[in-house]
Structure formats: structure tokens, C-alpha cells
Design a binder for this molecule. Sequence first.
Ligand SMILES: Cc1ncc(C[n+]2csc(CCOP(=O)(O)OP(=O)(O)O)c2C)c(N)n1
Ligand SMILES: [Mg+2]
Length: 185
Amino acid sequence: MERIKALEQITSQLDEELVICNIGFPSRELYQVKDSPKHFYMMGSMGMASSIGLGTAMAQERKVIVFDGDGSLLMNLGSLVTIFNQSPPNLVLVILDNECYGSTGNQCTYSATTDLKKVAEGVGFKNTILYKESEDKIDFSPVLELEGPVFVHLKVQAGNANVPVIPLEPEEIKERFMREVQGIK
Ligand SMILES: Cc1ncc(C[n+]2csc(CCOP(=O)(O)OP(=O)(O)O)c2C)c(N)n1
Ligand SMILES: [Mg+2]
């Protein structure tokens, strides 16, 4: 499955959940398929989506879905250990694994040889789910019913959709997200 299709299918099954998305094309693709004040697009740093998701999950009760990349998770693997040990029941970490740094030209990561689901299990995650690249339908409801933290390993095709950059300033994204979390209209 293409990454944009995975994002489209999963977000169409979400309602009140907050979403934190990885830098680069994943955020651009998510913005293209669906924008919402419930979305926080991480436009600066690799590796930080999972940490921001952890903080957001711990600070309030709504469910938080993090879309992270294989490269970004590998850059900040310590975050996985912290997430497991803090164990927020409302956090779902979805790794969109295309086995490469897709947003910067498809340079290979090590996720073809290091199984990220097994890494999460080794860290201690009890609820881990794999969606293979060959799947063309994602039923996300079993994931949403599980107690967090949940680790979803979603293998996707390499390649980026032809989508424009997000026409919002980082400050705007942060401020509307904070208003949403605080329940301010
Ligand atoms: C700390 C840091 N290093 C490098 C970059 C440049 N960079 C932006 S996105 C990206 C690739 C991200 O790969 P991955 O997390 O696997 O996501 P994908 O684009 O493959 O979906 C890189 C290297 C950055 N923004 N921040
Ligand atoms: Mg990647």
C-alpha cells in the first residue's frame, strides 16, 4: 500500500482522536487527504513525533495517534523505551515503514533487516500489530479498541505522493492544536 493511502484509510476511521504526524511527505500527504485542528504536523525535526505524542497522551485523556517513520523512529529509539515505561493507555504509535528516508530521496534505513515490531516487543510492548505491504484495506478498529501503548507496524511502498507543501506556518499549526486540546473554539 502507498503511504498516502494508509493515511487516508486510517484517518477516515478516526473521530475525536488527536494526531501527531512525522516531518516531510507524511505530513504533506496527511494534510492533503484530511486537515483538522486535531492534527499536529511536525515540520521541523525527525524523531520528535513519538516524543510529542507521548507528552500529549500523558497531558490529557483523549486518544493520541502518532504517525511516525522508520527513519525517525530509528533516530530516536529511546522514545520507544520511554513510551513503554510511561505506558500511556491512550497512545497508539503507527510506524509507516517504507524502509527508507522517503522524504529526502529514498536512502535506505535499516528497517529492512531490523524488524521494528520485534524491537518494540523486546522493549516490552504487549500490543503490537503488523499490517503487511500487500494489504490493500486497513481495518483500524481492532487497534482503537486495544489498551495503549499500542505499536502498529505498517509496511508501506517507498515513494511520495505528488502533494504540495502545507500552507500553514508552524506557529499556526501549534496554536490551533493547543486550542483543540484545551477545548477552546
Ligand atoms: C534531525 C533531522 N535530521 C534530518 C532531517 C532531514 N530529514 C527530513 S525528513 C527525513 C527522512 C525521514 O524518514 P522517515 O522518518 O523514514 O519518513 P519517510 O519520509 O520515509 O516517510 C530526513 C532525513 C531532519 N528534518 N531532522
Ligand atoms: Mg521512512
